[in-house]
Design a protein around this ligand. Structure first.
Ligand code: NAP
Length: 314
């Protein structure tokens, strides 16, 4: 791979990267998609997608939608490589990306690494991750069939995933630090109408307890400071806690390489970063609306700008 200089390397194969892959390859650019994990990004871990235009089929999940995005990009010639990039050199005409498995070079780069679920940062969280504590309802929801489940957060993710969890859990209690949800109205209405849903308002999770599995959650009332301990039902022996308290950009790799704002990459409206030939797309960008449709739009624009940048240099 070291000898090949691609026209375009896209870092990250979520909806932004996959749309960039489609547009780049279709525009005739030699295009490589680099992904450290599973394709599809966060969208692939979403059970129902009902707000990507055209995706309203009962059976449509984030996984099936993004799998088709990848197939479409590959159909037009984009190549895909699994590797975790550890270092980037973005200045100059040829950009170099160094990964665990190889080194990759390109004339243009689109940064589309997205964002990852934020942690609560409370005692017990790390130790109990995978033992009752989860950040992915689609992945782990079925383990909690018939049990009691708690969800932390008040945004679209928390409410959407809490609703999904009602399919498995006996009861789903949403713990939110305020007394109003941030989630879009349509989701709020569904949540309030769902008989399996309950709410603990103005509350923060302060610690998690359990050895082999999550047994209790310490909750603090943010108004009164009162502490309260929620325990797993004795007959169940365990409980679930799903955390959806926002996202952190996957930009550690770029520290000192590119100007960042709170970890997000500022771009102009054509997805140009501060470095010529380097573009950013999707959730990693400074933007207002982080959605599959806006990620895909960013990816398309970034790829067309990469093509324009290359054409100007021919
Ligand atoms: P978000 O919109 O940033 O919401 C995070 C939620 O967690 C907020 O309710 C926030 O409380 C709460 N929170 C933050 N830090 C906390 C902490 N340390 N302890 C307890 N609670 C905390 O994040 P998100 O829901 O993950 O969504 C991320 C982006 O993806 C958003 O732009 C969202 O619209 C989008 N998204 C869209 C869909 C959809 O359209 N169907 C689905 C999922 C996600 P406050 O409200 O008090 O700030």
């Amino acid at each position: 791979m070291m000898d090949t200089v691609y026209d375009l390397i896209i870092l990250g194969a979520g909806p932004a990267g996959l749309a960039a892959g489609l547009y780049g390859a279709r525009a005739g650019l030699s295009t490589l998609l680099l992904e450290r994990g599973a394709e599809g990004g966060q969208a692939a871990q979403t059970d129902r997608v009902e707000n990507y235009p055209g995706a309203m089929l009962e059976e449509e999940s984030g996984y099936t939608l993004t799998a088709r995005m990848l197939a479409q990009a590959e159909h037009f010639g984009a190549q895909k490589q699994n590797d975790e990039i550890r270092d980037v050199q973005l200045d100059g005409e040829i950009k170099t990306l160094t990964g665990a498995a190889g080194t990759y070079r390109a004339k243009t780069v689109i940064l589309a690494m997205g964002a990852s679920p934020r942690k609560l940062g409370c005692p017990g969280e790390e130790e109990l991750t995978g033992k009752g504590v989860s950040y992915c309802a689609t992945c782990d929801g079925a383990f909690f069939r018939g049990l009691e489940v708690y969800v932390v957060g008040g945004g679209d993710s928390a409410v959407e995933e809490a609703l999904f969890l009602t399919r498995f859990a006996r009861k789903v209690t949403l713990i939110h630090r305020r007394d109003q949800l941030r989630a879009v109205k349509a989701l709020q209405e569904k949540a309030f109408a769902n008989e399996k849903m309950d709410f603990i308002w103005n509350a923060e999770v302060v610690s998690l307890e359990g050895e082999e599995e999550l047994k209790a959650i310490q909750i603090k009332d943010v108004k009164t400071g009162e502490l309260r301990r929620v325990e797993a039902d004795a007959a169940d022996g365990m409980m679930g806690l799903f955390v959806f308290v926002g996202l952190d950009p996957n930009s550690a790799l770029l520290e000192g390489k590119l100007p960042l704002e709170k970890g997000y990459i500022p771009t102009d409206e054509k997805m140009h970063t501060a470095i010529p030939g380097v573009f950013a797309a999707g959730d990693i960008r400074v933007k207002d609306l982080r959605q599959i449709v806006t990620a895909a739009s960013d990816g398309a624009i970034a790829a067309m700008e990469a093509q324009r940048y290359l054409a100007e240099r021919e």
